[in-house]
Ligand binder design. Structure first.
Ligand SMILES: Cc1cc2nc3c(=O)[nH]c(=O)nc-3n(C[C@H](O)[C@H](O)[C@H](O)COP(=O)(O)OP(=O)(O)OC[C@H]3O[C@@H](n4cnc5c(N)ncnc54)[C@H](O)[C@@H]3O)c2cc1C
Length: 314
């Protein structure tokens, strides 16, 4: 297998790569091999090589929403690292390996509105499409025209509706074998200074909430859509905590005493019950234990099952 990989142009690989170095939590054991495919041909060839050798494989992006097992991943971890951004009027076509913040910054420089509220969401564009990332009442799906991906057999392109975007959901989450290659987004002309002001305001707030060196994944649990909650649960939620039809998971977590909880170096923030971080040296085992305890407490008190936004590897 490794000899075959050597022959693939534009592919970089790292044997026995510690995945802690590729995740924002800085947690996780080693992958048998980490593969960075720099273009579509490299990606397709490497994916075929992996399948033929029957290695287990998983795709990751910037690693900002991942909990990797302490024993790592017993196969190939694949990243698609192509990162071109091409503007054409109000349309932008961007590769999945582009850092989301680079896309946000370039769109603002082009005087285009639509992504500025995503300022400081970490990760890459592919990860953002996969989880329909968003903040401040907007998510990326509002701007998506098409998504191009490799389904294991061929490269396909689908439109916004076919992506089945929902709150932190997309068709890609349910088809973990598909690899997002690029997307085309439709933005709107706007005043550059106004966009910069919005982005700066958001940046300031977010850097206080999530200091750039904090080892975390943002919110651990998805918020809850009010419409999905049972009458019994709704009755326990004060109207003042409902925002844009959603109830923050943090509300339920606060009620079960999550704030400031500790499990070794794994902490729940004192100012945000849905923010778990690693103070350094924490393990996936401790992190999963903390998540499990919190879910159990919320289930017991409210009869409500919280769902992780964070994704597990290994
Ligand atoms: C401090 C902080 C703040 C955050 N704030 C927010 C926020 O406000 N809003 C929000 O939505 N999220 C937020 N997040 C979560 C995270 O930034 C997003 O989920 C982000 O979009 C993940 O992108 P990534 O490239 O890091 O993906 P990864 O974490 O590497 O992967 C996440 C998932 O995406 C899949 N994936 C990644 N790339 C591809 C691809 N090319 N093809 C197919 N599947 C792929 C992986 O298989 C994995 O299941 C925050 C995280 C942190 C650390």
């Amino acid at each position: 297998m490794l000899f075959r990989l050597l022959a693939i142009p534009n592919l970089h690989f790292y044997v026995n790569a510690s995945l802690a170095g590729y995740t924002r939590f800085e947690i996780g054991g080693a992958a048998k091999v980490l593969l960075d495919a720099g273009d579509e041909n490299a990606l397709i060839e490497v994916r075929r090589a992996i399948e033929e050798s029957h290695w287990p494989h998983v795709v990751i992006g910037g690693g900002s929403n991942l909990i990797v097992s302490d024993s790592g991943f017993p196969g190939a971890v694949l990243r698609y690292t192509a990162n071109r951004i091409d503007f054409d009027g109000t349309c932008v076509r961007v590769d999945a390996g582009t850092i989301l913040q680079d896309l946000v910054d370039r769109s603002i420089e082009h005087g285009l509105r639509g992504l500025e509220t995503m300022t400081r969401i970490p990760g890459w564009v592919g990860g953002a499409i996969y989880g329909n990332a968003g903040a401040y009442g907007h998510s990326i799906h509002e701007r998506v025209e098409t998504v191009r991906f490799f389904d294991g057999e061929t490269v396909r392109e689908i439109g916004n509706e076919a992506c089945e975007f929902r709150y932190r959901e997309s068709i890609f989450k349910r088809n973990k074998n598909w690899i997002i290659l690029s997307t085309t987004l439709r933005l709107e002309p706007a005043d550059i200074q106004q966009l910069r002001d919005t982005a700066e305001r958001i940046l300031k707030i977010r850097d206080e909430k999530y200091p750039p060196t904090m080892r975390c994944a943002g919110s651990i649990f998805k918020n809850l859509l009010l419409a999905d909650l049972s009458e019994a649960v709704r009755a326990q939620v004060p109207a003042s905590v409902i925002r844009e039809g959603k109830v923050p998971s943090a509300y339920f977590l606060e009620q079960v005493g999550a704030k400031n909880m500790e499990m070794g170096p794994i902490h729940v923030a004192g100012y945000h019950a849905n923010l778990i971080y690693n103070r350094g040296g924490g393990t996936a085992c401790q992190l999963r234990e903390m998540i499990c305890v919190l879910k159990t407490r919320v289930l017991e008190k409210f009869g409500l099952e919280l769902e992780e936004e964070v994704q597990y590897v290994g």
